[in-house]
Ligand binder design. Sequence first.
Ligand SMILES: Cc1ncc(C[n+]2csc(CCOP(=O)(O)OP(=O)(O)O)c2C)c(N)n1
Length: 631
Amino acid sequence: MSSSPDSNLLDLIDSPADLRALPQFRLRQLAKEARRFLIELVSETGGHLAANLGTVELTLALHYVFNTPDDRLIWDVGHQSYLHKILTGRRAAMDTLRQKDGLSGFPNRNESEYDSFGVGHSSTSISAALGMAIAAARTGSPRRVVSIIGDGAMTAGQAFEALNHAGALDANLLVVLNDNDMSISPNVGGLSNYLARILSGRTYSTVREGSKKVLQNMPTMWELARRAEEHMKGMVVPGTLFEELGFNYIGPIDGHDTDALVKTLRNLRALSGPQLLHVVTRKGKGYKPAEINPCKFHGIGKFDPLTGMSRSDADAAPVKTYTGVFSDWVCTMADADDKLIAITPAMREGSGLVEFSKRYQDRYFDVGIAEQHSLTLAAGMACDGLRPVVAIYSTFLQRAYDQLIHDVALQNLPVLFAIDRGGLVGNDGPTHSGNYDLSYLRCIPNMTVMTPADEDECYRMLTTGFQLHSPAAVRYPRGSGPGVALSDSPDSIPVGKAELRREGKDIALLVFGSPLAAALEAAERLDATVVNMRFVKPLDEALLRQVASQHQRLVTVEDNAVRGGAGSAVAEYLAEQGLNVPLTLLGIPDEFIEHASREQQLEICGLDADSIYQRIQREMAGTIATLRAVD
Ligand SMILES: Cc1ncc(C[n+]2csc(CCOP(=O)(O)OP(=O)(O)O)c2C)c(N)n1
């Protein structure tokens, strides 16, 4: 491929083969163009910007050196894979990123042969890479396998389980540790401190031959540090932790120096056994607003690329989200009860704990990306008199299911779960959907499970759950509710009590949580009864018996998987009681719902007002036809 020095190089790259045809020095220009492209792109589509800007040179160097797609690149979390997508034939479709029928915001095996492993949750890449390395060894394939994992993702247990295993197997794989000292917010914990010590040079104590060989003749981060600090003598080994696990530790090297990256990766490609390359990058690199505030630009909506201002900051008056309701509640309750402790697995901003973390520093625990640990930690606290509140996304709570059952519920410990992003979450797509929590929570003994239909109810349910002497979950959706103001003195809600919201005839809609507004709208057109069920567990059985006896058909509505969800709870109860009333279950069908806006996803699932109305009309027409046939 030839091009004049001024032409846009990125436009000429339709596959990694095109990239590999370039002379190495052109990678620097390409990196600049890629950054411009990413900033423009994400300003229009929204998405994960800071992590992508931080991995520009790394992505170029990996595709330049490795023979993708035959060699496998496995991105951890996958939120930093945009340039990987651009280089692998998807540049023209990038403007459809995260939108309905468009490209996914994460690697996806259905989207491209270059996406070796589907992802969205963190810390899976080393396990997957090891699996592929074992498969390659068994088939005698010379393919190389590379996991690219951030220092945040490296805080999770699974990453260490995989390192432990890979080291023992002496497997042929390369782990690239992308160290930017950030998770979404600043990274936490002993590992993070350890990596910082490596960079500061204080652990450089012994000479290591392997690292010397791979890095010789290169101005590594380490060498730059050595030149600056004259006390450093020769290439020495910082990587003892990884070495002890059986890895050959290389680095740290500058992750924005394409020449250093290419040279090191080439050397590593020729080595066998488990290798760990420590690369140092800056999150948000090359875009000032993101460098200054990488947390804001971790995941962002549309913004003005010139100023970095979010478009939503500029136009609309702020609306209180459910996350905001939790944020208010947890601070107010902490004022009232000094036993309250708030725990988050690395989601301070997303879970609404920023204010709490400032006001109650000693009662705030960010445990890193360690959902399992967060729950057992809470269980331990609850055993000895503290009142832990675990703020967690529905999708990430899946990680800690055994801890939920075995450590919390089995011991009937008073832990409150503030479960955010319940139900459909929109553009992040199926990896982040909270579609299963009502199913997986309601089958656990001792749990109380609540689904608020508005902001005030959410606040009151949090109080209700906090006052119980047993585990409780309040599960609320992403974004804002119908806009109900918080009452001045919000009290708790009687456990297991539903609320009759509209009296109609023939049909009763039994609604769990956020679909209430849509259900009320449909009910107006149908003249149906509407019950705000509030509790998935325990159900308001008395009210259920009453509505079952007074209506021709019951319809449950929830933004959870229909299979095993709240509607199933109603079906089980009716069956147990021998109440033979026709029942329709509305909710998320038994399939993964692809990325789209939340509104589009609700429509796809038939959970918007019009779809609810149409579906019930059809069901009723069917019932009437059946009744006529029987006559
Ligand atoms: C199991 C799980 N928990 C939480 C998250 C949310 N999350 C996405 S990226 C991220 C931070 C990752 O930090 P790091 O690996 O260092 O990558 P960086 O964004 O800094 O490049 C978190 C907590 C997730 N994706 N998966």
